[in-house]
Write a protein that binds this ligand. Structure first.
Ligand code: EPU
Length: 417
């Protein structure tokens, strides 16, 4: 199993290019099930999660061609002949559940193995199923599977108890070909939802309000194949911003949308990091003395939970007391005990973490417990004295393209074993 070895203490410089957003590309691949004709995704990130969801589509006989040289994915769904994707693949990737909405819209039936809990929380799917039920689907649960059927989906008014990203995406996709109008209220507002809606609208869907809490979908008869280039990955950009700040460096990050990064820019600025953005280029200067801050994760446009562990790494290395409150996932502090092994002073109390920063982090062997936790431990390694070995790096490969090569190009002493 691969591990990443980091020798801390290097200052970074130069520039890094950001990929397209994993969390846009996954629903966009699922949405391609809806297209008559070929759907092409350009500048797709070549990530493990992208390969797994592509295999999920292949397991129901969709044709998926991935060109790793040109970062292009071509999908033809005309050959889909099964309503039941491979259970083993679905278990590997929770986002596989995103094929439910499109399958229901296009074929009126889907049977999929229930996703289990995962490291960061139990992550139920009740809101997805409530949405499908409101559109007229019949849901059966049993024997570890969920089956949804509908002769015909009919538009409906749906109020989400919580602005779930996945449920909003799944319901939008199911409603694209439903009869009449669907309104989703208290919808998630993440930029990836707007990107999905833009993709679907290019295919011929009629969706307005995506990116706000109220989304309207007017059903259409059919959707076509299109070509699309997804938005930049705001979490990859945020991770490199922290890499610059934690090493007290000045770096250039190419491929950002300032609007999408506002909550991260605001917190880093509050800490004393100097950030300038022009068009899609961000210049970060972390060479000043940084101050501690308090952070509370919230649905977009609040501070993203996917940046929480990376910020904990930074705060662990900044003198003073910071508090992080995680409101989205109930178990997303698994990185804290690993950081403590590196000398971080962190106390967890329920959903809050109190961090007493220190400039004396020391390298040791630590374990990535999930994707963002793994990235955060690499960041700690950049600031720590000595050598840090981050084990179980496959978690990180699910969401970051060649993270160690990008950091090495910026001047970090880092390699994969
Ligand atoms: N929730 C429910 N019921 C549901 C759905 C969600 O109670 O039916 C709860 C979850 O248990 C969780 C909260 O709502 O506590 C938020 O979950 P959400 O559905 O918004 O998350 P998701 O769609 O499963 C996506 C991203 C995550 C990201 C979250 C929150 C993708 C593929 N995944 O997950 O990304 O953390 O939104 O922003 O888009 C990551 O990239 O590292 C990652 C975990």
């Amino acid at each position: 199993m691969d591990k990443i070895v980091v020798k801390g203490g290097k200052t970074l410089s130069g520039e890094v290019k950001i990929c397209s957003a994993k969390n846009s590309v996954l629903p966009i691949i699922a949405a391609s099930i809806l297209g008559n004709g070929e759907c092409i995704i350009e500048n797709a990130p070549m990530l493990e999660d992208v390969f797994v969801i592509s295999d999920v589509l292949r397991s129901i006989s969709a044709e998926v061609n991935i060109d790793k040289e040109s970062n292009r994915i071509a999908i033809k769904s005309s050959g889909i002949s099964s309503i039941e994707p491979s259970c083993d693949l679905v278990k590997k990737l929770r986002a596989s559940f995103l094929i439910m909405g499109p399958m229901l819209a296009r074929f009126g039936r889907v049977r999929i193995s229930l996703p289990g809990g995962c490291n960061i929380g139990t992550r139920p799917i009740d809101l997805h199923l409530k949405g499908f039920t409101a559109l007229g689907a019949e849901i059966k649960l049993g024997y570890g599977y969920v089956e949804a059927r509908a002769e015909k989906l009919i538009g409906s008014n749906i109020y989400l108890d919580f602005p779930s990203v996945g449920a909003t995406e799944n319901i939008i996709m199911a409603a694209t070909m439903a009869e009449g109008e669907t309104i989703i209220e208290n919808a998630a507002e993440e930029p990836e939802i707007e990107d999905l809606a833009n993709y679907l609208n290019k295919m011929g869907a009629k969706i307005t309000g995506a990116g706000t809490g109220k989304i309207k979908i007017t059903g259409v008869k059919e959707l076509n194949g299109v070509t699309h280039k997804p938005i930049y990955d705001r979490i990859e950009a945020g991770t490199f911003m922290v890499a610059g700040a934690i090493t007290k460096s000045r770096i250039k990050i190419i491929g950002v949308n300032e609007e999408h990064l506002k909550p991260v820019i605001a917190k880093l600025t509050e800490m004393g990091v100097v950030i300038e953005v022009e068009k899609d280029v961000l210049i970060l200067d972390g060479r000043r003395e940084l101050k501690p801050v308090d952070i509370k994760t919230m649905p977009y446009p609040g501070f993203p939970t996917d940046m929480q562990s990376q910020m904990m790494a930074l705060l662990a290395s900044v003198n003073g007391t910071s508090v992080i409150t995680e409101t989205i996932f109930e178990n997303r502090f698994m990185h804290a005990p690993e950081m403590k092994r590196m000398g971080a002073n962190i106390k967890i109390d329920g959903r809050s973490a109190v961090i007493e920063g220190t400039d004396k982090l020391t390298g040791c062997q630590v374990k990535a417990t999930d994707l963002r936790a793994g990235a955060a431990l690499i960041l700690c390694g950049l600031a720590a004295e000595g050598v840090t070995e981050v084990m179980e790096i496959y978690h990180v490969d699910r969401g970051y393209v060649a993270i160690e090569e990008k950091l090495k190009a910026l001047g970090a002493e880092i390699y994969r074993v």
